[in-house]
Design a protein around this ligand. Structure first.
Ligand SMILES: Cc1cc2nc3c(=O)[nH]c(=O)nc-3n(C[C@H](O)[C@H](O)[C@H](O)COP(=O)(O)OP(=O)(O)OC[C@H]3O[C@@H](n4cnc5c(N)ncnc54)[C@H](O)[C@@H]3O)c2cc1C
Length: 441
């Protein structure tokens, strides 16, 4: 029997060939060499590469729910070279990482529907053209873009080959099994309360380990001592029923290209391996005090907006049913810069702050954390995000006011640009000024 609670978390959880049975909880105080907190992509990739680098290490993962419960199981499945950072010298490492995810999954026998079709960033309004074209590796004119994806009102598109569409829950669940095969212990249903040098305090006992790695991304504020390190930002998604082949022939996306457009309030989509649209976007509010609740995943207005955008962007969808609606939390650091690090003195390490770009980045983080733990001096440990410290978020109510104001301005600027069909330069400047780290573009 499937564990209905977990199987119903998202399209991906529902379509994963998995029983969603919980692994055992921690059974009391335990000694390890490396304790990893969080069984998402960050924790799982770290465990995988670390176990390969030094099979003698005693490695364990403490997971509050089940592996792949968080953003790693629920996301848009863009395994992309995007990296949220002010640091621009990491692009080559990210491009390699997109391929490494496919390679590593294959090596571990994980079929996660990996298809490297690239990404189309559509200009669907004249206001988008300049913004998108400025950063484009390759610009497709309207006709070229429509041949790939016949969406409404396409005026052109940027294309990059550096993205694969994946089924994220298949990858997360497959990775959990792959690390267990390497001897890594996983305790599920076990919540860490506090991390201290040498100790993870959980609700089921203490884990003592020389190295303690925090891999909890959007959930980090729930851990004592890390409440302002990142904020949890909600991203919500919908999925259609599988569409017939003749409809896909009219739509395109034949290489399973992922897609977005030029609006400020991010949207993102993919054609799934089983022929659906999985389509998501921001716009759900930030909740006071960085509170996280299952019910916050479900915002009817945001789902309605997403459905309206999808149906107007791709009218070929017709009356196809929306079969799944879900959401999850991602983590955003104050300077929107992802980072990874290990403090040698305390033995405490972390990786996160990927905003909406963690699917591939977690792999780079995992390989890097593994090198940091083993003390290897590699190209990865010299990357500029290693050891970067983002400052803490402001205390409330400033966080709440700032983040929700940025969301409101982003929606306003998009509405204005949709109406005037011209770039709202003032609005965009205001947005950048007040966002300074908010979830908008
Ligand atoms: C709806 C949505 C769409 C997204 N789309 C994309 C996309 O298309 N491309 C992309 O690159 N990125 C996307 N992202 C972001 C991406 O999914 C994340 O950056 C990435 O999965 C983060 O992985 P993680 O392992 O660091 O965190 P998570 O996957 O969130 O894992 C953290 C784990 O820690 C566990 N945990 C939490 N607290 C505790 C505790 N106290 N003790 C023990 N365990 C704990 C949680 O249960 C969870 O399993 C999206 C995110 C969301 C929510």
């Amino acid at each position: 029997m499937k564990h209905r609670g977990y199987a119903s978390l998202s399209l991906w959880h529902d379509t994963c060939d998995d029983e969603w049975r919980l692994r055992p909880r921690l059974g009391g105080d335990t000694d390890l060499d490396v304790a990893i907190v969080g069984g998402g992509f960050t924790g799982l990739w770290t465990a995988r590469y670390l176990a390969d680098a030094d099979p003698s290490l005693r490695i364990g993962i403490v997971e509050a729910e089940t592996c792949g419960f968080g953003a790693s199981g629920r996301n848009g499945g863009w395994c992309s070279a995007l990296l949220p950072t002010e640091i621009h010298s990491m692009h080559a490492a990210m491009v390699d990482t997109v391929d490494e995810v496919g390679r590593a999954a294959r090596a571990d026998g994980i079929d996660c529907d990996y298809a490297k079709g690239g990404t189309l960033t559509l200009a669907t309004n004249p206001a988008h053209v300049e913004r998108i074209r400025a950063g484009a590796e390759l610009w497709l004119d309207a006709e070229q873009a429509r041949r790939r994806f016949d969406a409404t009102g396409v005026l052109g598109a940027a294309f990059t080959p550096d993205c694969a569409a994946i089924h994220p829950a298949k990858l997360a669940r497959g990775l959990a099994l792959a690390v267990e095969r390497r001897g890594v212990r996983i305790w599920e249903g076990t919540r860490a309360r506090a991390l201290r040098p040498g100790v993870v305090e959980t609700d089921a006992g203490q884990v003592r380990a020389e190295i303690v790695l925090r891999c909890t991304e959007g959930y980090t504020p729930t851990i004592s001592g890390a409440t302002r390190a990142v904020v949890p930002i909600y991203s919500l998604m919908i999925a259609t029923e599988p569409l017939p082949d003749d409809v896909w022939e009219r739509i395109g996306l034949g290489d399973r290209e992922t897609f977005t457009d030029g609006r400020h309030m991010i949207i993102y989509g993919q054609r799934t391996a089983d022929g659906r649209f999985a389509f998501g976007g921001r716009g759900a509010p930030y909740h006071f005090g960085s509170t996280i609740r299952g019910s916050f995943d479900l915002e009817p207005n945001v789902f309605d907006d997403l459905e309206a955008v999808l149906r107007s962007l791709v009218p070929q969808v017709g009356s196809a049913a929306i079969t799944h609606r879900w959401g999850g939390v991602l983590g955003m650091s104050r300077d929107r810069t992802a980072s990874v690090g290990l403090d040698r003195d305390s033995g405490l390490g972390w990786a996160g702050g990927y905003v909406g770009d963690g699917v591939a980045t977690t792999n780079l983080a995992g390989r890097t954390l593994a090198d940091l733990v083993t003390g290897a001096d590699t190209e990865l440990t010299r990357l500029p995000w290693v050891g970067h410290r983002s400052r803490n978020w402001e205390p409330e109510p400033l966080r709440w006011v700032g983040i929700n104001a940025a969301l409101a301005v982003a929606a306003h600027v998009d509405r204005r640009e949709a109406r005037t069909r011209r770039p709202d330069r003032v609005g965009t400047a205001v947005l950048r000024a007040i966002a300074g780290g908010a979830p908008v573009d």
